[in-house]
Design a protein around this ligand. Sequence first.
Ligand code: IFM
Length: 475
Amino acid sequence: MSTAAHGNADYRDHGLEFPPGFVIGSATASYQIEGAANEDGRGPSIWDTFSHVSGNITDASTGDVADDHYHRMVEDLDLMKGLGLESYRFSMAWPRIQPTGSGAVEQRGLDFYGRLVDGLLERGIRPIATLYHWDLPQALEDAGGWPNRDTADRFADYARIAVEALGDRVHTWTTLNEPWCSSYLGYGSGAHAPGRTDGADALAAVHHLNLAHGLAVPIIRETATNDPDVSVTLNFHVARGSGATSPEAKRRIEGLANRVFTGPMLLGAYPEDVIADTAEVTDWSFVQDGDLELINQRIDVLGVNYYSTVTVEMWDGISPRQNADGHKDVGGSPWPGSRDVEFLVQDGPYTDMGWNIAPDGLEDLLVDLSEQFPDQPLMITENGAAFPDVVTDGRVHDAERVDYLNRHFTAAHRALQRGVDLRGYQVWSLLDNFEWGYGYSKRFGIVRVDYDTQERIVKDSGHWLSELIRTRRTP
Ligand code: IFM
């Protein structure tokens, strides 16, 4: 990717105007906020199981209660309205709707999301629903999980059930959130649920997630009655490096992380170099005749999640190997076939996740995607930052998060100026929440949640975003 070198190098522009129709909102995900893990017939998900195993979550917490959003949904809807959000990206918990992932449907789960969507529409907020943000019903994992082809068919059934219930009023349906994490962190490194560590399983999961997406898209289109937008959200890895072996390392990482999804989904083929790179791990025999045609579906919007960059080289096999890929290191590798890629420690500043702050990476990514897929509208479906917040006199002056958002909205604006068809920006996250393997130790919210009292406090970043939406200009 080229490096953008123009304008304010700091990406701290103010007064940048965003066009009408550029939809600005915020995002969450079911397991991270809902709580009520055992209520109204919800079945267990892989994250319930995983988080209850000692040692898996940094602060030994679970999503059992989380932000108690399940019971505080109306309060949270009013909060969104107060902020002036134009859109709200949420996910639906598959085990709330189908407790065992197949067969019986739990109406109370569907009703919860029905009330959420109605509440959004009543407040003039666009509902952007994600069908799968990692909470796989445990029963499907017990049957083999994503490395098992049948899981893709079960996902298609679930998509039909969800869209039959809400397909008259959800504006945008997103099939999957970050299948990279579901496959490589869930089945490769073991940092995420279900915590398995097998490279071949991770790649089979990649394919079955791609297949699940491909099966669901036409179902959404034929079932919905309001002509929704259909999308998928990917967490793109922006790889950099100036060493002699960096181009090779970048090719490998961008192949495994990005092109293994965009290839089949948007171009109808797996990248040949990725298949060659992983030949010692798997023979890809899980790809059956006709699968690529199924996966290659037109989508209305490609969701882009971006937080930071990686800097890579091939490891020389001698010096101590650096492993700063930004993901929790629990021993396994999320890079099957490319364990010899070295992730160098990058220059700061960093967020509380240890991720480098690189808004130019977002601009580069958006321009690069629009060059690769010129007719494909894009939406930033996640961007935001964790910082350790302090409450002072009932306020949270999160200047670092405000600065982070300012820089990344500047990057998005520069991409728009360069002709990228970028349709909107959903800030991660509306609320502090359960940050997966890190539990509640990382706060991403523009609204603070006190986990003892469940009190919500709008942080300065929330006020900043609100002002941006109100004026259509970066404050
Ligand atoms: O919290 C996550 C989210 O669930 C998926 N994208 C990245 C966020 C921050 O790690």
